[in-house]
Design a protein around this ligand. Structure first.
Ligand code: NAP
Length: 369
């Protein structure tokens, strides 16, 4: 199989490369690497890989691939996918960007949750397989058991999304903001007579002083947060919030009888991992032990974390979860709102199950895995 990789050096792409190397996925593939910024440069070294980068805008070169995996982003997909299909290319298009997710001919891929939907689409001859929104995929991995049994009447997810979810340059900006803040506060922190309030005032002055690098996020994220992700759509939602309901129901193949999903999406200063606080209304009252059993049995990656301070601090933070395929869910308890209401909190590496992992597994499915 001749596979083209586009966007392999971005946040998602570099995690995809790591995972494919770790799982020996390159063996038996003829891998060709493309670039939008450095065609002719050296390609990453992998078994069976072409040594030079090809031009990611060269349609003829792209058309010689059996499959293309792109983590380059939505603008690239918008510019290339249509013209490539237009010239009759019938290969597999596997994409991390949102552009094609809701297109009727495409499938949103999250095989531990919707393998049957994927297999049906392959049989029907569908060729576009698109990774889901990161928070949606992680929510479905965490709550898949309840969805599978159709126990959820509605769901609200309030998110706490990492800087790297916005891409490599945004994550770099957060690191620069942290360094800037540390620099601005160095003197006050070294002063033994300075109080915590003195430090806060110095830091707040730095946040508001206009010199912090904010070109990417548009506002300070370090020592702050931004309750807005992506652009505005209808009903006062952001597009990130709109994806909650639209993509969940498409992944589950139940667009004709959708489960309402809504909430606020917030960017926070974690580097990697999206966290979410859930409010669930179940279709019927269920005892906590039964809900816990259903949640933890959904797939091999979901981990139920005991609702204690010790377990939460040790297992349910971005610091603990970054770089891991496990999707821990904790703080699970019935709410005082009524016997059908539950709350829970989940943390998942959005670069793994929220992005790269479904892409590499899709390639595996196409290779007969
Ligand atoms: P990204 O880090 O911004 O990378 C995209 C491209 O930007 C790279 O392939 C590279 O292209 C270029 N680039 C420019 N400066 C770079 C730098 N300093 N380091 C690395 N690459 C740089 O984007 P991404 O976060 O991987 O997202 C790719 C797609 O996946 C997007 O559509 C996004 O919405 C989607 N997605 C992202 C996440 C996530 O958590 N980040 C999760 C799910 C889906 P060239 O090599 O051609 O220059």
């Amino acid at each position: 199989m001749r596979v083209g990789f586009v966007g392999w050096r971005g946040m998602v792409g570099s995690v995809l490369m790591e995972r494919m190397r770790a799982e020996n996925d390159f063996a038996g593939l003829e891998s060709v690497f493309f670039s939008t910024s450095n065609p002719g440069g050296a390609a990453p070294k992998v078994a069976g890989g072409d040594p030079l980068l090809k031009d990611a805008r060269d349609l003829a070169a792209l058309a010689s691939m059996d499959a293309i995996i792109t983590c380059q982003g939505g603008d690239y997909t918008s510019a290339i996918h249509g013209p490539l299909r237009g010239r009759g290319w019938k290969g597999w298009w596997i994409d991390a960007a949102s552009t094609l997710r809701m297109a009727p001919g495409s499938v949103i891929i999250l095989d531990p949750v919707n393998r049957k939907v994927i297999e049906r689409a392959i049989k029907e001859g569908k060729k576009d397989y698109i990774g889901g929104n990161c928070t949606v995929s992680l929510m479905l991995m965490a709550l898949g058991g309840l969805f599978e049994r159709d126990l959820i009447e509605w769901l609200s997810s309030m998110t706490y999304q990492a800087a790297s979810g916005a891409g490599a340059e945004n994550m770099t900006e957060l690191m620069k903001q942290m360094a800037f803040l540390a620099g601005e506060c160095q003197q006050v922190m070294a002063d033994p007579a300075a109080s915590a309030l003195d430090m806060e005032k110095q830091a707040t002055a730095a946040l508001r002083g206009g010199h912090m690098p904010t070109e990417k996020f548009g506002a300070p994220l370090a020592a702050s947060l931004i309750p807005w992700i992506d652009r505005a759509v209808e009903h006062g939602q952001t597009r990130e919030e709109w994806k909650g309901s639209a993509e969940t129901n498409k992944i589950l193949g139940r667009e004709d009888r959708p489960i309402p999903v809504d909430g606020l999406c917030v960017r926070v200063g974690s580097l990697r991992c999206h966290s979410q606080g859930f409010t669930l209304k179940l279709r019927k009252a269920l005892p906590p032990a039964e809900v816990a059993e259903i949640v933890k049995g959904a797939n091999p990656w979901v981990r139920l974390v005991e609702n204690t301070k010790e377990a939460t601090l040790a297992q349910l933070t971005p610091a603990a979860v970054s770089g891991k395929l496990e999707v821990p869910i904790g703080r699970l308890r019935p709410m005082l709102l009524g016997p059908e209401y539950y709350t829970a909190f989940s943390v998942g590496d959005q670069l793994l199950w929220g992005a790269a992992e479904p892409l590499r597994r899709m390639l595996g499915i196409l290779r007969g895995g």
